[in-house]
Ligand binder design. Sequence first.
Ligand SMILES: Nc1ncnc2c1ncn2[C@@H]1O[C@H](COP(=O)(O)OP(=O)(O)O)[C@@H](O)[C@H]1O
Ligand SMILES: [Mg+2]
Length: 250
Amino acid sequence: MSLISLRDVQFGYGGQPILHDVSLALEQGESLGILGESGSGKSTILRLMLGLARPDQGVVEADGSVLDIRSRPRMQAHRRFVQPVFQDPYTSLDPRMKVRRILTEPHVALDLPGDAGAEAARVLDAVGLPADSLDRYPRAFSGGQRQRIAIARALIARPRVLLADEPVSALDLATKVRVIELLTELARDITLVLVSHDIAIVAALCPRMIVLQQGRIVEGGATRHILRAPQHPYTQRLLASLQHMPEETP
Ligand SMILES: Nc1ncnc2c1ncn2[C@@H]1O[C@H](COP(=O)(O)OP(=O)(O)O)[C@@H](O)[C@H]1O
Ligand SMILES: [Mg+2]
């Protein structure tokens, strides 16, 4: 069975349909890219995977069974299973908390085993930040460093699945490249879902991808094949809008 999946999912906000017949599945250790323009429903898919919303029809399955978001013990377990990283590291980190607290709070909230301080040091090291970062506030860090802190926070739970929603969109180019390198490294051990409207970033990180248009999956498969021969007109337009193709794809 897949690590996490959506099966025949329909979803809408207040009766307004947003996702139609969405099915996707991730195996252990696989990285999946979700590509689509703004408003196509990418973040909504992640919300369903996180258990922040429930499908109107169809199911989300995680860790071997259907996710029931009304069950508190199940959601407690689910928050250890899957963790998010959001686009904007400026708003996703509480400015009043030192990094130490940012990184120890989830440990307590999720009732994780082990020493919270030692775990904070572990994840800080995993994202390539120095140990003295623990005594600083988010404002002392650059955008890329803040995104590393947000990634570190997601790693505290040792999740099986990391959901990254436009994780480098708010960063400048050089910083983008370094955060992508970090995610590439992490993706060796963790199952990654990467949402982006930027096909170059999906190509850099995800061997497999789906293309979402207005809440429907219009194309899916090996990223290298889709880049070489996009089948759907929407994907063809997205590719044509690029000034140049990445020379080497995964
Ligand atoms: N909380 C909400 N209430 C109502 N509509 C929403 C809400 N969140 C998103 N939407 C709508 O759902 C659609 C998909 O949004 P979203 O999943 O955020 O797309 P994407 O991440 O691809 O930009 C958009 O039309 C958006 O306006
Ligand atoms: Mg979004």
